[in-house]
Ligand binder design. Structure first.
Ligand SMILES: [Fe+2]
Ligand SMILES: [Fe+2]
Length: 329
């Protein structure tokens, strides 16, 4: 089963006989389910792939605060406002756990932030879509956090210790995020005809971008096989996407909403839903920077980084002063 998945990605894993002794020992530890810790020996490719993956994940958590943060002041009730505020704060915390995990691999948070701001590093494309009304906040929690959980639950078992431990903490909070989103959708779907229409439009807008969150189809996905051998990727993109569809369709039915895919249907033989692929041309356009909100999102991050410069400078000056004092003693 595993060999088959690796084969289907079309990417080669370094054959055992070509590995150095260190690489072999490392792979044995990974295969045995041991955690790799920051000071352990690791292949350079493992380190680099992990930095890219963890940082991209951290950036997504932080940028992901923007489409929801802009609804905090407009939440319909005090209770909804408090819930949304807590969720958005959680996302900031997720970003921090993950930046810390990336830092154990020998990069600084400043470097990672600069790579984000210069466009060298990416964040999840989903956050380049706008949230136009309150129902979109429900759809984001239900579908976007729902897709994130699908991705993140297996990563709790990832081979790199700090990443795995960060994911365990994050997953606990993500299920609350999804529940609050579904709860908003439920209220809207059972509300006035106008509210129900808003809920339907929100699922229409967020369905395909949510499916894109799992990344390109396995046949077009690079890096996969090696990442799976290293256990920094546990399932393939298509497996996770299928799981998400299978879980979400009955939830949409329960809400009385229609998934915007005329070809969606239960397949008795496979025991899964058949569904339409998202528009991958759109995905690559958004990835290139041409989504509806790319410029706005990066501008917001740049402004936050610049506005926070005095705090960082102050902290550094304080740390230097303290170090000088300790050295003098
Ligand atoms: Fe999160
Ligand atoms: Fe979340």
């Amino acid at each position: 089963m595993y060999a088959q998945m690796v084969k289907s990605t079309g990417q080669g894993v370094k054959p055992r006989e070509e590995m150095s002794e260190e690489e072999r020992h490392f792979q044995d530890r990974v295969d045995a389910g041991e955690k790799i810790e920051p000071k352990d020996w690791m292949p350079e490719g493992y380190r680099k792939t992990l930095i890219r993956q963890i940082a991209q994940h951290a950036h997504s958590e932080v940028v992901g605060q923007l489409p929801e943060g802009n609804w905090i002041t407009r939440a319909p009730t005090l209770e909804r406002k408090a819930i949304l505020l807590a969720k958005v704060q959680d996302e900031a915390g997720h970003g921090l756990y993950l930046y810390c995990a990336a830092e154990t691999l020998g990069v600084s948070r400043d470097d990672l932030t600069e790579a984000l701001l210069s466009g060298k590093m990416k964040y999840s494309s989903i956050f380049n879509y706008p949230t136009l009304n309150w129902a979109d906040i429900g759809a984001v929690g239900w579908l976007v956090d729902g897709a994130a959980i699908m991705n993140q639950v297996p990563l709790q078992r990832t081979s790199f210790g700090p990443y795995s431990r960060a994911m365990i903490r994050i997953c606990k909070e993500e299920s609350f995020h999804q529940r609050q989103g579904y709860d908003i959708m439920m209220k809207m779907a059972q509300g006035t005809p106008e509210q129900k229409r808003m809920a339907q439009e929100a699922i229409n807008r967020f369905w395909y971008p949510s499916l894109m969150m799992f990344g390109p189809s396995d046949k077009d996905s690079v890096h996969s096989a090696q990442s799976m051998a290293w256990k920094i990727k546990i399932n393939t993109n298509d497996e996770l996407r299928q799981k998400f569809v299978d879980q979400t369709v009955p939830q949409a039915e329960y809400l009385g909403l229609t998934v915007p895919d005329p070809d969606l249907k239960w397949n008795e033989e496979t025991g899964h839903y058949d569904f339409s692929e998202p528009d991958w041309a759109e995905f690559y356009e958004v990835l290139k920077g041409n989504g509806p909100c790319n410029t706005e999102r990066l501008e917001a991050r740049r402004k936050a980084w610049e506005d926070g410069a005095w705090v960082r400078d102050g902290l550094m000056a304080h740390a230097e002063k303290r170090a000088a004092r300790t050295a003098a003693q």
